[in-house]
Design a protein around this ligand. Structure first.
Ligand code: RTP
Ligand code: MG
Length: 137
């Protein structure tokens, strides 16, 4: 089942020069393709939409601060079971709990600065793709 997912390489990934390393992992998965890619600063209104489910949580404000601390890379990745697949490549939210070999497991230590966001369901992917790539269909 071919799907599309919204991936963000967070400001820590961009600052640390890990864009190529991470995108390379998607490119190497059989049949997956990068359909859109943009380096951009994410402003507060956009982040408030994107992280609407987390409003009011204690980590929300520091998360929005961090996510607006420098450019991110936003991508649309398409391919077989790509929603589940990118989440698997990323590993769990807490990088210390993430298995070595996963993106967060290989490069992360801090829960907030965990390098990557990836849509967690078909519904989230549809919602998030509209937020980041409204003209892409
Ligand atoms: P994401 O949405 O970024 O793919 O990550 P996720 O599903 O694994 O994590 P989620 O629970 O949706 O949280 C979104 C992002 O908020 C930051 N966070 N910080 N306790 C904390 O300090 C905390 N918990 C979450 C992380 O950057 C997480 O990816
Ligand atoms: Mg999430």
């Amino acid at each position: 089942m071919s799907q599309r997912t919204l991936v963000l390489l967070k400001p820590d990934a961009v600052r640390r020069g890990l864009i190529g390393e991470i995108i390379g992992r998607f490119e190497k998965k059989a049949g997956w393709t990068i359909r859109a890619l943009e380096l951009r600063e994410l402003d507060r209104p956009l982040l408030e939409q994107h992280y609407a489910e987390h409003v009011g949580r204690p980590f929300y404000e520091p998360l929005v601060e961090f996510m607006s601390s420098g450019p991110s890379v936003a991508l649309v990745v398409e391919g077989e079971r790509v929603i589940e697949g990118v989440r698997a490549l990323a590993g769990p939210t807490d990088p210390i709990a993430a298995t070595p070999g996963s993106i967060r497991g290989d490069f992360g230590t801090i829960v907030r600065e965990n390098l990557i966001h990836a849509s967690d369901s078909e519904e989230s992917a549809e919602r998030e793709l509209k937020i980041f790539f409204p003209d892409f269909s």
